[in-house]
Design a protein around this ligand. Structure first.
Ligand code: SOE
Length: 395
């Protein structure tokens, strides 16, 4: 218990690849750097391959293992289920967990279809009435520079939002010999770049501006239709395939671009791709308002650029804010100013906020309903792209 007097919160996690490792790191770290009202205990890791799950549990710091999510769910000492599996299984596991009275943290995107996402929202709302909480893992919200961007918009520092530009750029599929993985299988993932990283772009745009996307016009493309089948689908984006490996179909988009209108009257331009050579995990975001602008790039994630258009034009310009001061969100719990945070810290902040909300009897954000709102945008982009980029309005 690390000397804490906080009551325990038993955590069970399903899935232990890239996201499972990131979540494990967060569960381990959060109580060590933040004073949490409940003490997360990493009790059970679930997965079907008994040997692999045991090895992952030892490596990532989980006490026990379970060979199925049902077995994990049946345990009385699991108060919260953390879902780090491909999208195909999210709805089934989340609904069962909520009905069993377990809090849920679910990786993004919320589900593969609108129907699944709606069922998850219904289960979350019924559970919330019984004090059971749920959250979807749009972690980039919890990057301090993103928090500052939202705060500046809310404080009116950029005025009315005219333009939102979000690009989420990766390049891990640019090589046509990069192997298949579950992320390239529509059955498993629902969609490709659109759902995996475009979902973050949509969530960030709505989170920072406090507005909703009210309609979209999209284009989607699959550049490479067949890829080598990897020996196994473990690891980050699948493991390397040999030169004679069989090939299998890619059934999702490699890239998606779309235009949008915002509820406040502004215009949005979005791009999500796994083919932007040289861009590794570049979430590039710019918001222009009638009083100023904000600009952020995740590849320089401790920095936010802010232009105050009300300043004397002779000296005005984008200022580079290093978002590592103790008064910036979360930062005071980490290192002295200027020492910087990384990708994993946002996952830790997610745990901190989730545990805080559970203890306070409040609904955490992003809720499943917010996850569904993103899902509706993704679905509208797909329908638009399938129909000659026709405009699709969102309710
Ligand atoms: C995709 O490559 C991915 O792993 C996303 O699934 C994550 O949400 C993102 O944080 C990093 O990229």
């Amino acid at each position: 218990m690390d000397g804490t007097t906080a009551a325990p919160l038993g955590v069970g996690m399903v899935g232990y690849a890239f996201m499972g490792a990131a979540h494990s790191q967060a569960w381990r770290t959060a109580p060590r750097f933040f004073d949490l009202p409940l003490h997360p205990e990493m009790r059970v890791l679930g997965g079907r391959d008994a040997v692999a799950v045991k090895a992952a549990a030892d490596r990532l710091g989980w006490r026990d293992t379970a060979s199925s999510w049902q077995e994990l769910m049946a345990r009385d000492d699991v108060d919260l289920v953390d879902i780090c599996t491909p999208g195909r299984t999210h709805a089934e596991i989340a609904v069962a967990a909520l009905e069993a009275g377990k809090h849920v943290l679910c990786e993004k995107p919320l589900a593969n279809t609108i129907e699944e996402a709606e069922a998850m929202v219904a289960a979350a709302e019924a559970a919330a009435a019984r004090g059971v909480r749920s959250m979807v893992g749009y972690t980039y919200r919890r990057v301090p520079a993103v928090q500052l961007a939202r705060q500046l918009v809310a404080d009116g520092r950029i005025g009315s939002v005219r333009h939102v530009r979000v690009q989420y750029l990766q390049d891990w599929l640019a090589d046509p010999e990069a192997p298949l993985s579950w992320r390239l299988d529509k059955q498993q993932a629902g969609s490709g770049a659109l759902g995996d990283i475009g979902s973050h772009a949509v969530d960030l745009a709505q989170f920072i501006t406090g507005e909703r996307l009210t309609g979209v016009s999209g284009l989607m493309e699959t550049f490479v239709h067949e890829r080598p089948v990897a020996a196994e689908f473990a690891g980050l984006h699948g493991s390397a395939a040999g030169p004679d490996a069989a090939r299998g179909p890619v059934t999702v988009d490699d890239a998606a671009v779309f235009l949008a209108r915002l509820s406040g009257g502004g215009l949005g331009v979005f791009e999500a791709t796994r083919f932007a050579t040289g861009r590794k995990n570049a979430i590039r975001l710019e918001v222009n308002g009638d009083r100023g602008s904000l600009s952020f790039d995740f590849e320089d994630m401790n920095v936010l650029h802010f232009h105050d258009a009300t300043e004397d034009a002779a000296v005005a310009g984008f200022r580079r804010i290093v978002v590592t001061e103790p008064q910036h969100a979360y930062v005071g719990h980490w290192w002295p100013a200027g020492h910087g945070l990384g990708y994993e810290h946002a996952f830790t902040h997610q745990v901190v906020d989730l545990v805080g909300a559970i203890a306070a009897g409040q609904d955490p954000s992003p809720s499943f309903a917010e996850g569904l709102a993103v899902q509706r945008v993704l679905d509208a982009v797909e329908r638009s792209a399938a129909d000659g980029s026709r405009w699709v309005a969102l309710g």
